[in-house]
Design a protein around this ligand. Structure first.
Ligand SMILES: [Zn+2]
Length: 433
């Protein structure tokens, strides 16, 4: 009798295991369909795929059609979302549920981006919600004016805030010949700091390239196998803080590290193929940009950035350090003004703000100069509401880390919480309180 019971029990276990593996297998098929779909959209929309390091077998086999197949792509998105819904029901396997939830949010973004690519637009707020999973706060002229007044009070000299700020900025523009040395030094320090707290694959690496004529200041092209191509744009003058911020944002512990850890832990270790595709216009970018900006604060906590600029970078470039403390204080106060770019993007995309007015807002409230304001508007024309990921993404990540840390506010714990963000599938909802 015991033997029979044992046999029955074993049979039951085999069946139960088979069911689990069947459902994981089925899910992995959906994950492959998700990747195939994303790569198909990318055949038409050249900005769609930011990185792909999965198997070649998932790449489109057919040449792209003459006309963008909007309707059939939207239909494919809906069908896939419907299939994923069965994994979102109560009692489903927890791991698969998490993956399904993540993929569903990513697919909502696919749908929105397909429409945008076909010139079908929603309001700015609906667009950010669909693409990145969030609606950003709206600020008024008066808010910016108040923050600007705060900043103006600490700026030396006389004249308008713009004039005084620009005079300060001019002192910290890096001479062209020194740019490479300073970038490399900043990346080196960011890498050393990151390696003290995070474990990265031994063979991770990057190449650095200088480019011109781009709407962005830096870009990380993740190539897979823990390798990145980092491009830095030398079109506009490079300021001392940008050398530090862009270096860290694109490399360590920014985009290069984020992609590396996802590939290592989710793709190579767990075989989650969906992560091998990074669609640029998706909630993943809110996490990517938010963590890349937050990472700068981790590498340079407190006054460390000021100290690094004053004691290392400026002397290395043979530049005068007078006024650097005030300059960094001004930059800190100016960070609130960065939100003006969201409101300008909203105005431009909703058609409630003319280009000229948008440019004036950026100059007046964001302390841009003519050149950088134009560049910023070019960026908005190309990447649209993507701008929100930098400032709002940073705010969400910073708040998430603070909240999750609890009472242990040590640097080490901060890095640990940060590392979980870089090594798991997070959605925008996960970041919200
Ligand atoms: Zn970025």
């Amino acid at each position: 009798m015991k033997k029979i019971l044992f046999l029955l029990f074993s049979l039951f276990m085999v069946k139960a295991n088979a069911q689990i593996s069947l459902s994981t297998d089925t899910f992995n098929r959906l994950a492959r369909d998700y990747v195939k779909l994303g790569l198909s959209i990318g055949q038409y929309d050249s900005d769609f795929v930011d990185a792909y390091y999965g198997p070649d077998s998932l790449k489109p086999v057919l040449a792209k059609a003459n006309v963008f197949p909007k309707d059939s792509l939207i239909k494919a998105v809906k069908q896939l979302q419907k299939k994923l819904a069965s994994y979102l029901q109560k009692g489903s396997d927890e791991v698969l549920m998490g993956r399904a939830f993540w993929m569903k949010a990513q697919l909502t973004a696919f749908d929105q981006r397909i429409r945008i690519f076909s010139d079908e637009y929603s309001s700015f707020d609906k667009e950010t919600k669909a693409l990145f999973g969030v609606v950003v706060p709206r600020y008024k002229k008066e808010d910016y004016q108040r923050w600007l007044n705060e900043l103006n009070r600490i700026l030396p000299g006389s004249g308008t805030a713009n004039y005084k700020f620009e005079a300060l900025v001019d002192k910290f523009s890096i001479p062209g010949l020194k740019v490479d040395t300073l970038f490399k030094t900043a990346i080196q320090l960011s890498r050393n700091q990151t390696l003290k707290h995070l474990k990265l694959p031994a063979d991770e690496s990057f190449d650095l390239e200088y480019v011109k004529g781009k709407p962005w200041s830096g870009y990380n092209w993740y190539k897979g196998n823990f390798h990145s191509l980092i491009q830095l744009n030398t079109d506009v003058k490079i300021l001392i803080e940008r050398a530090i911020d862009v270096a860290s944002h694109e490399s360590y512990p920014g985009h290069h590290v984020y992609n590396t850890l996802l590939e290592q832990h989710l793709y190579k270790e767990k075989g989650w193929v969906e992560i091998s595709l990074y669609p640029l216009f998706s909630p993943q970018s809110l996490i990517a940009e938010g963590t890349a900006n937050y990472g700068i604060e981790l590498v340079f906590p407190g006054d460390e950035k000021l100290r690094f600029a004053k004691e290392v970078l400026l002397p290395l470039a043979g530049m005068d350090t007078t006024g650097i403390t005030t300059y960094f204080k001004a930059l800190e106060l100016k960070s609130k003004l960065n939100f003006v770019r969201n409101d300008v993007a909203r105005g431009l995309l909703d058609g409630t703000m003319k280009t000229e007015v948008a440019q004036n807002w950026l100059i007046r409230y964001g302390l841009y100069n003519n050149e950088s304001a134009k560049k910023s508007i070019d960026f908005i024309r190309k990447y649209r509401s993507y701008v929100i990921n930098y400032n709002y993404g940073l705010q969400l990540v910073r708040n998430y880390v603070e909240r999750t840390m609890g009472n242990d506010k040590s640097i080490e714990h901060r890095w640990q919480v940060f590392a979980t963000l870089l090594s798991n599938q997070f959605t925008s909802t996960d970041l919200l309180p």
